[in-house]
Design a protein around this ligand. Sequence first.
Ligand SMILES: C[S@@+](CC[C@H](N)C(=O)[O-])C[C@H]1O[C@@H](n2cnc3c(N)ncnc32)[C@H](O)[C@@H]1O
Length: 257
Amino acid sequence: MDELKELFEQGKWYHCFRYEGLLSNGAYDIETYIPHYGFENDYAGKTVLDVGSSDGYFSIWMKEHGASRVCAVDSNKYDGSLAIQASNFNLKNYEQKYAQYVDDYSRFRSVYERFGLNNSNKLLLMAKLKSLEVEFQNGTVYDLKPFGEFDLVMCNDLLEHLRDPITAIEQLYFAAKEKCVIAVSSAMKTNWFNRNKPLLTYQGHISGGSFYSLSEAAVIAMCKAAGFRDARVVSRFDMENRTHRVANPHFVVHAFK
Ligand SMILES: C[S@@+](CC[C@H](N)C(=O)[O-])C[C@H]1O[C@@H](n2cnc3c(N)ncnc32)[C@H](O)[C@@H]1O
């Protein structure tokens, strides 16, 4: 238990998880913000795809709320290779960041091995700890065909990191049977003047791994172009990054087939 406590407190986490009095040292405490995503209370019998799942807070939440099948897809291989298409100027920073997943595994290997894991994938660790069946697939939002179709598809805080958000939204459309929930972290969304204009601002030269700031109208227009019959903004909120102590503005879109 001491080792697990150390892993929760000192490991490399993206999401905060609460487990038997422990709190993982994640950058984002999604629990606080769940009401903003407009989820149902019960997903009994529903299949869910979580694209860009990271530590898998949303996948675990869906399974705990009744989903019959949850498939999490992320490009992170947990072997130190880059999971994100960074700008060249920022490559070194990202290489260092992704090396931390390997360091985390070396440091807490005995915990991971105890749960039959051979890398530091926190989604799989949390699923084991909570005895939940959640699938993890290494893959990309640019090709979701191998994973099939799901009642609900989620893609949270990924579009802004992509060089090609249009292809990504088209793939979400093909993977969704009913509905897609898309959360976007974007500097532009708080700006009421630009909110309703279909704008993208290139910011890759500043952030290196976050290519575009997308307006709400841009995401809605892309959803409609991809084929969704309706798409609407259901919430706007600021989410605190606990590591950098900054509030990141977010909006959530629900897109319907
Ligand atoms: C900013 S995190 C968001 C995590 C989570 N969805 C959330 O909202 O808290 C983006 C995640 O997308 C993954 N990712 C980056 N590019 C991807 C791609 N092309 N396909 C699938 N996942 C990708 C990253 O590895 C990372 O785990």
